[in-house]
Design a protein around this ligand. Structure first.
Ligand SMILES: *Cc1c(COP(=O)(O)O)cnc(C)c1O
Length: 442
């Protein structure tokens, strides 16, 4: 414990860079598709273009739109292209944010403030969201003072609309749906949820953070993709992450609204500051120009054909992986995922121990819970390594302890314990303590 102080003398430039490079030695290796999550890798030269585009606008600040009109132009063009891909009409508008969490946050903030005007009698607003929704919803609800009511999902891992309807109270203002859920890779029945939202005059936000830049291209390839976007009349807002299946580094996502009258509720302005009249579209104040340029560069470099070709690779990799996993007798994939994200599990072996064994082979797979499973977000780069992954999987499965054994590695045992803890508050306290301990000099 303690602090470190600023070095008295600066380091040589070379030493700074070499030291930074050395820090990477403990990080997960991702470049050749070792990760199934966190990083969305194409395995092409796209990365070089993104770096150059980012560098061109690295220093420019998106805070003041009159200082750098280039950033406003690029942002509105990227947003317009995402809007087009999401069935938004002439009236639809949006902004770029720093990520899916901020996009969801802004949409729910807009919805809350819309409801304050539309339903002034509601003092304790609620929203109804399926349990498969991303924790960004819970986080935003927590920050924004909205009560979140979580409803169960069906056996096919999609939202249960009957349960959602039953959860609506006189305080409900928002319904939530996800187009490609993170845990299981499903598109919720958004059409039905949209009809319910219309019937009850509620705001429906569709979280297409994961699917927004994959589903349109899978549809283009002839795949049967259920409706999920602004084509459904009840959809008021939609989030789509660019830093996922548009392959940019972290720091850019789109939040879209059916029209400007709805987006108005997103914008914050303060007119009485001695520093001037202050107004921002989203949560961030100063905003990095580089990520806006990176997004613009990817959209123009790939074009529709490029996106479709990458989607085809990621889908082919997904199909190979799903078929290979289902062919291993001890394993099976959960439900029938719609896109390039899925989960698999086992009734026979301890799935967390399988993740540990696969990590020993260099594969990083995230562990999930309720029910226990392993998460796979598949990228275009995985097409080249799917076979190797399946070979390793087939080889290690027989070495994994049975599901009911106590003979687990520490890591697997920890996960098993946390995921089966009946009192979820203990798991929550554990997580807070973990984070609180992590970010300090030790
Ligand atoms: C990734 C994701 C989010 C959150 O996005 P961040 O960019 O991590 O903030 C929200 N919803 C879904 C479905 C996601 O996959």
């Amino acid at each position: 414990m303690g602090q470190i102080s600023l070095p008295k003398k600066g380091m040589a430039r070379e030493d700074v860079l070499n030291t930074l490079k050395s820090f990477k030695s403990d990080d997960l290796k991702w470049h050749d598709g070792q990760l199934f999550g966190l990083i969305y890798e194409t395995g092409t030269d796209l990365e070089e273009l993104i770096k150059e585009a980012n560098t061109l606008f690295l220093i420019e600040n998106g805070l003041n739109p009159t200082a750098f009109p280039s950033l406003v132009k690029m942002e509105t063009e990227v947003v317009s292209m995402v809007t087009n891909l999401s069935g938004g009409g002439e009236e639809a508008v949006g902004n770029l944010t720093t990520g899916g969490t901020e996009s969801i946050f802004m949409a729910l903030k807009a919805a809350r403030d819309w409801a304050r005007e539309k339903y002034p009698k509601i003092k304790q607003p609620e929203m109804v969201v399926p349990v498969s929704a991303h924790p960004a919803w819970n986080k935003a609800a927590h920050y924004l003072g909205i009560k979140i009511v979580m409803t169960p999902i069906r056996e096919d891992f999609r939202a249960d609309v009957t349960a959602m309807e039953a959860a609506i109270t006189k305080n409900t203002i928002i319904l939530g749906a996800t187009a490609v859920t993170y845990p299981h890779g499903m598109v919720d029945p958004v059409e039905k949820i949209g009809a319910l939202a219309q019937k009850r005059s509620l705001w429906l936000h569709v979280d297409a953070c994961l699917g927004g830049l994959m589903l349109p291209f899978l549809r283009h390839l002839g795949q049967d993709i259920p409706a999920y976007d602004f084509g459904i009349p009840g959809v008021m807002s939609l989030s789509a992450d660019i830093h996922k299946y548009a392959y940019t580094p972290k720091g850019v996502s789109a939040v879209l609204y059916r029209n400007r009258d709805l987006r108005k509720f997103q914008i914050y302005a303060y007119a009485d500051w001695p520093g001037g009249v202050y107004a921002t579209p989203c949560l961030a104040g100063g905003r990095p120009g580089g990520m806006i340029a990176a997004a613009w560069a990817v959209f123009h470099y790939l074009g529709e054909e490029g996106f479709v070709a990458l989607a085809q690779k990621a889908k082919a990799a997904t199909d190979n992986l799903i078929a290979g996993i289902n062919a291993i007798p001890q394993l099976y994939v959960l439900g029938r995922p719609n896109a390039t994200v899925f989960a698999f599990t086992s009734n026979a072996i301890n799935i967390y121990e399988l993740a540990v064994k696969m990590a020993d082979c260099g594969w990083h797979i995230e562990a999930q819970q309720l029910p226990p499973s392993l998460h796979m977000t598949v990228s275009p780069v995985h097409l080249a390594v799917a076979e190797k992954f399946l070979d390793d999987l087939q080889r290690v499965v027989p070495q994994v302890p049975r599901a009911d054994t106590s003979d687990l590695s520490e890591q697997a045992a920890m996960y098993a314990m946390l995921s089966t803890m009946p009192d979820r508050r203990m798991a929550k306290d554990f997580a807070v303590e973990y984070i609180n301990n992590l970010y300090r000099i030790s």
